[in-house]
Design a protein around this ligand. Structure first.
Ligand code: NAD
Length: 511
């Protein structure tokens, strides 16, 4: 099939709910004549009334010219019956998320539109391949996955199934670009790009909660400090645990119950108990009464580190360099600076006989054995360097650390600029473990041909506001170190969940 160029063409949007109304607005703002249909009588008119009020609000705030708002609205025509649509170049369906309903609609549409009309689906989880099965021209069906709210979110996943014609996908990609969006190509696989790669952000936090390693407040604090706009617990409370759990379950089932995606008992319990998050008034946090949302992290005060006889910074790279600068500033008032050891095989600080070690996936107990030292603390991966003063950072202590080191380890982390938060002795702590698993998932997506690395980066930054893309994190980390951390998690937990992506292992071997 060779679709007509879609620029300036007539667009039919089917389904006038949250997504359909937003898609109609964006298409009309880009100058298209738009027909809007919904099976529920009056729904298309109601969507237009809501859109009119939104546009009026933007005009009142001076964010939109009155004539642009009026022209946008005048380009949208609500339809009473689907049969009223004519001369359509592109249909975008945004109806209920149900395969049978979508297939019925698509077959009906094929009897109404021309053979070169492109059909697009905004499904967030249904296989585009399955949806195209049984169509007269299955090659014309393309996934056009917008994000909510459509007018504000830049990302569009352009999803190709096994039947999808390259020219149809290319036409939709170019149109999304012309609408001011950032489209990325994706192959139709469970969760596409964003909903798949994002799973570990929730799953690792739920696993840490399941292990009783930390509280929601501490986990949120650590990941916020790594640059995420919301911690996983507050984000799951916002999304709704029922919705989040349903997506996780769908990805798990669609992958033949691969343990990598196994849903969490912690979250199932919350769903069954009606602790759905903001919408039910309580999730991990409470949203009724006076204290709403995540409570502020308590500010712990630490004694200044006792003056040490000898301090040396171990390791190479940006983190070791930042530690050296911070240690030098801490020691400057005493009139001396730290030494540097480049090739000891670990990164961190040797402070007299004690060791403050950057996590490489081994627990503090293991590090104590390897380094033959009782006074060991392991700290999480700082992502922003130099750290913002007081940035939350997880740490853990070896089981036989002495009383002095138990108070000196957090005192040293505080002196280096962090707000130390103690966790149980769990491998990879919070940020390192979560980022490694996000990178691993993205590597598997690339390995399986779902998307290219730059598409994964763009998708995660624009679809879920991540501070960086997984391959950008990888570029700042060494692939071999990520693999080492994941292998340590795998050895600790013994299961399929932490198996390393072959793509990542190859990247480590090639480095
Ligand atoms: P919604 O419930 O707000 O709207 C769906 C609309 O479709 C309703 O108005 C309903 O009356 C109408 N409808 C149902 N069956 C129909 C049919 N056979 N013909 C015509 N109209 C029909 O849902 P939504 O959140 O806008 O989601 C729509 C689609 O977009 C789903 O496939 C969903 O998975 C996907 N999506 C949703 C989001 C989101 O955040 N809400 C994000 C991305 C994708």
């Amino acid at each position: 099939m060779t679709p007509r160029p879609l620029q300036g063409g007539r667009v039919l949007v089917v389904g006038a709910g949250i997504m359909g109304a937003g898609i109609a607005q964006v298409a009309a703002q880009a100058g298209h004549a738009v027909a809007l249909f919904d099976a529920r009588p009056g729904a298309a008119q109601q969507a237009m009334a809501r859109l009119g009020a939104t546009l009026e609000g933007l005009v009142a705030k001076g964010k939109l010219a009155a004539d642009v708002a009026a022209a946008t609205l005048s380009r949208i025509e609500p339809l009473v019956a689907l049969e009223e649509s004519s001369g359509v170049d592109l249909v975008i369906e945004a109806i209920v998320e149900d395969l049978a309903a979508k297939q019925t609609l698509l077959r009906q549409l094929e009897s109404l539109v021309g053979a070169d009309c492109v059909l697009a689906t905004n499904t967030s989880s249904i296989s585009v391949t399955a949806m195209a099965h049984g169509l007269q021209h299955p090659g014309r069906l393309v996934g056009m996955h917008f994000f909510n709210p459509v007018p504000l979110m830049k990302l569009v996943e352009v999803v190709s199934g096994l039947h999808t014609d390259e020219t149809a996908a290319a036409a939709v990609f170019e149109l999304a670009r012309q609408w001011g969006k950032t489209p990325v190509h994706a192959r139709s696989t469970p969760g596409f790009i964003v909903n798949r790669i994002a799973r570990p952000y929730y799953a690792e936090t739920l696993a840490l909660l399941h292990e009783q390693a930390a509280t929601p407040q501490v986990l949120d604090g650590c990941l916020r400090a790594a640059g995420f706009r919301m911690g996983p617990c507050e984000l799951m409370d916002l999304i709704g645990h029922d919705t989040n759990f349903a997506v996780t379950q769908a990805v798990y089932e669609a992958n033949f119950q691969d343990k990598r995606y196994q849903p969490s008992l912690v979250q199932r319990d919350m769903v069954e108990g009606g602790l759905l998050g903001r919408k039910s008034g309580r999730g991990f946090y409470r949203y009724q009464g006076e204290a709403v949302g995540a409570p502020a992290l308590p500010v712990a005060l630490h004694d200044a580190p006792v003056s040490a006889g000898a301090v040396s910074v171990h390791g190479q790279g940006a983190i070791a360099d930042a530690l050296e600068a911070a240690a030098a500033a801490t020691l400057a008032p005493q009139g001396w600076g730290p030494g540097r050891v480049l090739d000891s095989g670990w990164c961190g600080l040797a402070i007299d006989g004690a060791r403050l070690v950057l996590t490489d996936g081994r627990t503090a107990a293991e590090m104590a054995r390897v380094l033959d030292c009782l006074d060991v603390a392991v700290f999480d991966r700082p992502v922003r360097l130099p750290p913002a003063r007081g940035a939350a950072l997880a740490f853990t202590l070896a089981p036989k650390a002495g009383a002095g080191w138990r108070s000196q380890a957090p005192a040293w982390l505080a002196a280096l600029g962090f707000a130390p938060l103690r966790l149980a002795d769990t491998p990879g702590l919070v940020v390192a473990r979560t980022l490694a698993m996000l990178i691993n998932e993205a590597a598997d997506a690339v390995q399986q041909g779902v998307c290219a690395p730059d598409a994964a980066d763009a998708a995660m930054k624009l679809g879920v506001n991540y501070p960086a893309g997984p391959f950008e994190w990888l570029a700042d980390w060494h692939a071999g170190e990520v693999v080492r951390l994941l292998d340590a998690l795998d050895a600790h937990h013994r299961g399929e969940r932490y198996r390393v992506s072959p793509w990542l292992r190859r990247a480590a071997d090639a480095a």
